[in-house]
Design a binder for this molecule. Structure first.
Ligand code: SAH
Length: 356
């Protein structure tokens, strides 16, 4: 019998499900918080009756993942995991240690369909969307393995969260729910390459999440070359969606701008960028491009990035130059790569390889 994926369900959905079995919302809340804690067996839900546990076992499954490989950066700031999902698909997740706590960088898809020219993930192709429980399991497995509590979540791993919109919404519901993982809205970021229609949809939800938009260009001419999505949702349309989001969510947009030598890093680009985004409540993160194999793009020089930053600052834009954590283990922005392994290869993999 096909068992339903209970960890992908919101509290309301679990309530509806178990009402049919003759139980109350109170029990649903108990189940929901056990699942949020990472419980993998219904028998461990000790405050439920044995009868209810048996019924749950018959109808539902609790999804889990396995660690295949773990890499730790030399400075110990970053840990990257290669995880295997139940059907053998692989995704990477990253944990970064900051002074304010641990941030988990979660993948939303196995691979990516967006094909941004400078990004390694898209080069490996696309396999499938992840379920909400597969996204939650990434946080739970790294917490368990490292013995930590994650305080911030960024959907900046493999995939495009807004291309997997419904599951992303479920994931956000469970991570931010007080009775669930209880990570505050302000500590969760959704990153998109610019699916403006979905940004409008998300804006309607009035969630106070941080929206991070991978901008990388000050005009359509450059953006069309770098991000294919721009041909569907051109820059001005994207920026209007961002403005609506910022107003509805009462949150500044974070724009991410990867600095690429002689492509998007001129003084003129900085000036154009500042006038484009001036009326949007936002902050810009400038990141030197991470050079990836098989790509012609190079990162901008430090002095160039500093000048770019200065021009934006002079024009009243809030901007930071970000350091990239975990570059030595290919765990930085755009370096997560989709490595599809055949099922037969899976069985030969040691449970966990640690390299540092
Ligand atoms: N699809 C979403 C989530 C991925 S987040 C998005 O595009 O926002 C990964 C971030 O790294 C994005 O901002 C992406 O544009 C950026 N990125 C991709 N390749 C990069 C590279 N080679 N160097 C620096 N940043 C890169």
């Amino acid at each position: 019998m096909h068992k339903k994926d209970i960890k992908s369900m919101s509290l309301d959905e679990i309530t509806d499900e178990i009402k049919i079995l003759g139980y109350k919302r109170f029990n649903a809340t108990q189940i929901f918080s056990w699942l949020a804690k990472g419980t993998l067996n219904f028998d461990d839900m000790t405050n439920l009756s044995v009868k209810l546990r048996d019924k749950l076992k018959d109808e539902y499954k609790i999804c889990s993942t396995k660690i295949i490989k773990k890499l730790i950066s030399k400075d110990n700031s970053t840990t990257k995991y290669l995880l295997s999902l139940e059907d053998g698909e692989k995704v990477e997740s990253v944990v970064m240690k900051y002074h304010h706590g641990y941030t988990a960088c979660v993948s939303s898809q196995a691979g990516c369909r967006m094909n941004c020219l400078f990004c390694a993930t898209g080069k490996g192709g696309f396999s499938r969307n992840l379920t909400a429980s597969e996204m939650i399991s990434q946080i739970q497995i790294v917490e368990k393995d490292m013995g930590i509590k994650v305080s911030n979540v960024v959907m900046m791993g493999m995939g495009e969260p807004l291309d997997n919109y419904e599951n992303t919404l479920k994931f956000l519901n469970i991570t931010t729910s007080e009775k669930g993982m209880n990570i505050g809205n302000r500590h969760v970021s959704v990153s998109t390459c610019g699916l403006a229609n979905k940004i409008y949809d998300l804006a309607q939800k009035k969630l106070r999440l941080t929206l991070s938009v991978s901008l990388h260009a000050p005009n359509d001419e450059i953006r069309n070359q770098l991000l294919k999505i721009n041909k569907i949702f051109p820059l001005d349309y994207l920026l209007s969606a961002c403005k609506t989001y910022a107003i509805n969510a009462k949150r500044r947009i974070t724009f991410v701008y990867s600095m690429i030598k002689n492509v998007n890093d001129s003084d003129d680009c900085a000036k154009q960028l500042s006038s484009k985004i001036f009326s949007i409540p936002c902050h810009i993160n400038l990141i030197p491009l991470n050079e990836i194999e098989g790509s012609k793009f190079e990162k901008s020089q430090r002095a160039r990035i500093e000048r770019f930053c200065e021009i934006l600052t002079e024009r009243g834009i809030s901007v930071t130059i970000r350091r990239s954590l975990g570059r030595d283990i290919n765990a930085s922005c755009g370096q997560l790569k989709f490595k599809s392994l055949k099922r037969s290869e899976n069985s030969n993999i040691n449970n966990c390889t640690v390299v540092n």
